[in-house]
Design a protein. Structure first.
Length: 553
């Protein structure tokens, strides 16, 4: 700027003194003093760094290339891909000094980045223009290989009206297949199709959290829902009441079960599809993330010939998977295993599985009574919901059967007080209960973007770490993990085996405080302590453990 006579040497010295005193960037000082405008500064910086300055006008951005970078990243970094020539991506940016951004974009796209400078307002406007939210039928016609996904069970001989004909049309089939295929390949557990006032939102649940998947025009919602109903053998004309069904598809050479559920809402039917992929379900008890000591204790209790074992925790914490892995471990030709579930999630070989049907009176309690006449060795009860089911389960466990079930409590000691509050006699519970296990699922740090950092000393102290140089880990966020920093989940398990001391306490109908006081003397490890161990091992983060255990930082 001195060479261009935009600054005198005296002004330069004066502004350098201001910079030293205020610690502000030199360019910002010049703008505040009225020497430069924002645009002039960018132009000069671009010249200095050899980065060209452009006006981001219509026609300069290739609409087919913008999606090479996720919209969330583009907004965060204030950049937009413009076009690609061979292995070079031209990237519009408002900050020519953001070298780390160019490196990150290069890593995500696997292309060499050539930055160009333009106004940040133009970039934001271009992002909203070129990253379109809506998917049209024409766009889904391409890029789908019909052989990728095949419906195993489809409807036949149905009354097909105009909507049914549309649902059977190639574009809607392609769109529905695209949604299912991508969700399955992204390891989603649920697909939510939600009609709203102006559009239809599609979200997927991955590792326990919902992520926006795509948005459809509202006119595409009815035929997509009808297509799914046809696949599930349901009545497409009935939209006033909820419907449940099952769809089976073949994807990448394996069979996937989809549990269909629809519910009327203000703007149309909301549909949720639960994805049940038996091949990806961890039914090996050794691979669920158990602490070695707790795993050995759990296996030891499973070998008992009779008694009651409870697995506790909120919805979606992996209780069913733990139950399945337990009976898979116990499954043998010498054992008669019966399960009573609502619903049956995975079909297992050599095990009698029954599904509760409350509409016709087949409740957990009634099924359990009949199961006892089937000469069982092991009974799995999907959930203890009421006193009657609890009483029958306890009676079964006292008469020579091993009963495994779940209960909705936050931790393992609370399972004892919950059953007592239901009205179970203390002497029956004391005699029958073998163990209670509480669990949670924590997201594991994404291996693609895992990075180490040195936390504050106070954080280390709360984790029980004395080493000031101890390194913890977190994920920066990348395309492989939906920009969350996490990929996959692992369990943390609080195991409480019922010893003579607890049996004596149960006989006196204890409060939760009395139980916790006793367990403290036994150095019982609670969920938070076990989660902190996963943090020290670099498996997950402190924030994730606090999120699932509801503990304070």
């Amino acid at each position: 700027m001195v060479q261009q006579d935009r600054l005198t040497p005296e002004q330069l010295v004066m502004f350098l003194r201001v910079q030293k005193k205020t610690k502000k960037p030199f360019g910002r000082i010049l703008i505040e003093q009225g020497i430069l405008t924002e645009e002039e500064l960018k132009y000069i910086l671009g010249e200095q760094l050899g980065i060209p300055h452009i006006w981001l006008r219509k026609g300069l951005v290739d609409p087919w290339i913008v999606n090479i970078l996720p919209k969330e990243k583009a907004l965060r970094f204030q950049v937009i891909p413009m076009f690609r020539v061979n292995n070079v991506l031209t990237l519009a940016t408002a900050d020519p000094n953001a070298i780390f951004v160019f490196d990150e974009v290069s890593r995500i796209t696997e292309l060499e980045v050539q930055p160009v400078i333009c106004r940040s307002s133009d970039i934001v406007e271009a992002i909203h223009e070129y990253y379109r939210e809506e998917v049209t039928i024409d766009e889904v016609m391409s890029g789908i290989d019909e052989s990728d996904i095949e419906v195993v069970e489809a409807a036949t001989d149905k009354d097909i009206d105009e909507l049914a004909e549309m649902a059977e049309g190639s574009p809607i089939i392609n769109l529905t297949n695209k949604i299912l295929l991508r969700a399955i390949r992204d390891r989603a557990s649920d697909i939510h199709i939600e009609p709203q006032k102006l559009l239809c939102r599609v979200r997927v649940r991955i590792d326990g959290l919902l992520y926006k998947f795509m948005s459809l025009k509202m006119e595409m919602h009815p035929p997509v829902v009808s297509r799914l109903k046809i696949m599930a053998n349901l009545d497409i004309a009935e939209r006033r009441i909820p419907q449940d069904g099952r769809i089976q598809v073949n994807v990448d050479g394996r069979t996937i079960d989809l549990r269909f559920s629809s519910m009327p809402s203000m703007h149309g039917e909301k549909v949720v599809l639960r994805i049940l992929d038996k091949n990806k379900a961890l039914l090996d008890i050794n691979k669920l993330g158990f602490d070695t000591k707790i795993l050995n204790q759990f296996k030891s209790v499973l070998k008992k010939p009779y008694g009651l074992i409870l697995v506790c925790g909120p919805t979606g914490c992996g209780k069913t998977t733990t139950l399945y892995s337990a009976i898979t471990t116990l499954n043998s030709s010498e054992k008669n295993i019966i399960t009573i579930e609502d619903p049956v999630e995975y079909q297992l070989d050599n095990i009698t599985q029954s599904q509760v049907k409350e509409l016709i009176g087949l409740t957990f309690a009634r099924f359990l009574k009949h199961a006892l006449r089937q000469d069982p060795d092991i009974i799995l009860v999907g959930e203890i919901r009421d006193r009657e089911t609890a009483e029958i389960a306890i009676q079964a466990s006292l008469t020579g059967h091993l009963v495994i079930s779940t209960l909705h409590t936050n931790d393992s000691p609370s399972a004892i007080t919950r059953l007592l509050e239901m009205g179970i006699e203390p002497y029956l519970l004391s005699s029958s209960l073998l163990a209670c296990q509480a669990q949670r699922l924590v997201r594991t740090i994404c291996s693609e973007c895992k990075t180490g950092y040195y936390p504050p000393q106070e954080v280390l102290r709360k984790l029980g770490i004395d080493d000031e140089k101890f390194m913890l880990y977190k994920g920066k966020g990348c395309s492989a993990c939906y920009d969350s920093g996490f990929k996959g989940r692992i369990g943390i398990y609080e195991f409480l085996e019922i010893d003579e001391g607890i049996q004596s306490l149960i006989l006196n109908n204890p409060t939760i405080d009395i139980l916790l006081k006793y367990l403290k003397t036994k150095k019982h490890r609670r969920l938070k302590d076990l989660g902190d161990e996963k943090v020290r091992q670099g498996v997950t983060t402190i924030e994730e453990v606090r999120r699932v255990t509801s503990a304070e930082m």
